[in-house]
Design a protein around this ligand. Structure first.
Ligand code: UDX
Length: 468
């Protein structure tokens, strides 16, 4: 198919290049001249492993001319940013602007696709905006992205699922043609609202799993929750999101949980469980800080996870802010995210590598589990430091004897086998509550709960056994 993509960020650019790689003709559009110039020179303005190489092998047209982009594609993907507003709601201004431009420039039938993460009902919203300017035939489809930053190319080309929310057979057939070379059995076709809800419910559930196990760490600070999570993975899902740590960050989970909480709150006043996910996570980011008084603190890692330069809502930023408030001096380094961090935090000392960062530090916090930090020469770290506090935010190391070492959720008291069974049952009860809430809100908006749960369970990290 001939495809146009509005927005060349983490989602739009990766999708555009990958659509070309699976045999489509692609035109990527952005309002940002500099970004488009960079792309025209074959350079990638974001850190996404493998994307540059894929672009070199596949022809993609780049333009800042919205009319050219709208004329080009039979299918037009909206892949622009949908950031949180201050009140936690989703800012749809960029989506609306693209819909407006489509309405003003569309001359014939096209399929317009919401690829960005958008609230339930946005397919209808986009359709209404287009109808204000155009009374010809078109369809709007929901096709949420399930791309993890740092492995987005792999996630696009080898997905657990491609979810299509279509309201006509014609649009469905065009979308199946667009995705024709995808792996067998990964396509799921449903209605637009169920598709929109699958995205929020999936991300919120994944964040729920992380906060659930981190909540157990907060509840049982002296117990070996880390070992219990191995039991969860064994009994429920080895790919489950049950790794304890200093909490989740990124541009997706925090934003999607806030939006889902607000959506459910409007439907059935049930936003408490989602508030708990957020509260546990915010507290988890700072669990080490009550052990740090004054002095110099070295943060190893700024990105919200390895293999990305993205620092949005990263635990590192929450820690830096709190440490500065305590009057600490903060030094930090990251293999990829320093430039992004500099845009949001100025009063910390950015270093070029781990050893420069830990020099003269009273405390070191391993924040992001980059491979570089896993291979640290710990003897050298100890000799460079002034103090000997070492906080391992992602349990990268085994108990380090040569430091006053702290990790996450690896207390000395073991859960008994019976207690482990109880904890799994308690978790599954919460999963049932989650599913019941989905059924409740779906009836409120005319989405299909069975389809939403089915779409969630196609995610290998969720799977059927969470919702028996
Ligand atoms: C996520 C979803 O995985 C993806 O499907 C969706 O399309 C976009 O949002 P992303 O935010 O890029 O992707 O990162 P992901 O790899 O899912 O990790 C999210 C956060 O959870 C990271 O901060 C990570 O450190 C944390 N995490 C993950 C845990 O704390 N524990 C885990 O077990 C897994």
């Amino acid at each position: 198919m001939k495809i146009s993509i509005a927005g060349t960020g983490y989602v739009g650019l990766t999708s555009g290049v990958c659509f070309a790689a699976i045999g489509n003709e692609v035109c990527c559009y952005d309002i940002d001249e500099d970004k488009i110039q960079t792309l025209k020179q074959g350079r990638i303005p974001i850190y996404e492993p493998g994307l540059k190489e894929l672009l070199e092998k596949n022809k993609v047209k780049f333009t800042t001319d919205v009319k050219e982009a709208i004329d080009f594609g039979d299918v037009i993907f909206i892949g622009v940013g949908t950031p949180s507003r201050a009140d936690g709601s989703v800012n749809l201004d960029y989506v609306d602007a693209v819909a407006e431009a489509i309405g003003k420039n569309i001359q014939s039938y096209k399929v317009i696709v919401n690829k960005s993460t958008v609230p339930v009902g946005t397919a209808e919203r986009v359709s209404n905006i287009i109808k204000k300017h155009y009374n010809g035939e078109f369809d709007v489809v929901s096709n949420p992205e399930f791309l993890r930053e740092g492995c987005a190319v792999n996630d696009f080309l080898k997905p657990d699922r491609v979810v299509l929310g279509c309201s006509s057979e014609k649009a469905k057939n065009i979308m199946l043609e667009t995705y024709k070379n995808m792996p067998e059995g990964c396509m799921m076709v449903t209605d637009p609202k169920s598709s929109e809800l699958i995205k929020y419910a999936s991300n919120t559930f994944l964040a729920f799993c992380i906060s659930y196990v981190n909540g157990l760490v907060q509840k049982y600070p002296n117990k070996d929750v880390n070992e219990l999570t191995k039991y969860f993975k064994e009994k429920l899902n080895k790919k489950g999101f049950f790794s304890v740590g200093i909490g989740y960050g990124g541009s997706c989970f925090p934003k999607d949980v806030r939006e889902f909480a607000s959506f459910c709150g409007k439907q059935n006043n049930n936003s408490e469980v989602f508030k708990e996910i957020i509260d546990i996570n915010e507290k988890q980011k700072l669990i080490f800080l009550d052990k740090i008084e004054k002095g110099t603190v070295a943060l190893l890692g700024l990105a919200f996870k390895p293999n990305t330069d993205d620092v949005r809502e990263a635990p590192s930023l929450a820690m830096a802010k709190e440490l500065l408030k305590k009057g600490c001096k903060v030094k930090a380094c990251d293999p990829a995210a320093t430039e992004e961090a500099k845009k949001v935090v100025s009063d910390i000392e950015y270093c070029n590598n781990a050893y420069e960062t830990v020099k003269d530090a009273d405390a070191v916090i391993l924040v992001t589990e980059w491979d570089e930090f896993k291979e640290l020469d710990l003897e050298k770290v100890k000799n460079l430091m002034k103090g000997n506090l070492f906080f391992d935010g992602k349990n990268v190391f085994d108990k380090l004897e040569e430091f006053e070492y702290y990790d996450v959720g690896r207390g000395s008291i073991k859960f008994t086998d019976e207690e482990k069974e109880q904890e799994v049952k308690a978790f599954l009860n919460r999963c049932k509550d989650f599913a019941d809430n989905i059924k409740d809100v779906c009836s409120g908006v005319g989405a299909n709960a069975e389809e939403v749960l089915k779409g969630m369970m196609l995610d290998g990290r969720i799977g059927r056994n969470m919702f028996p």
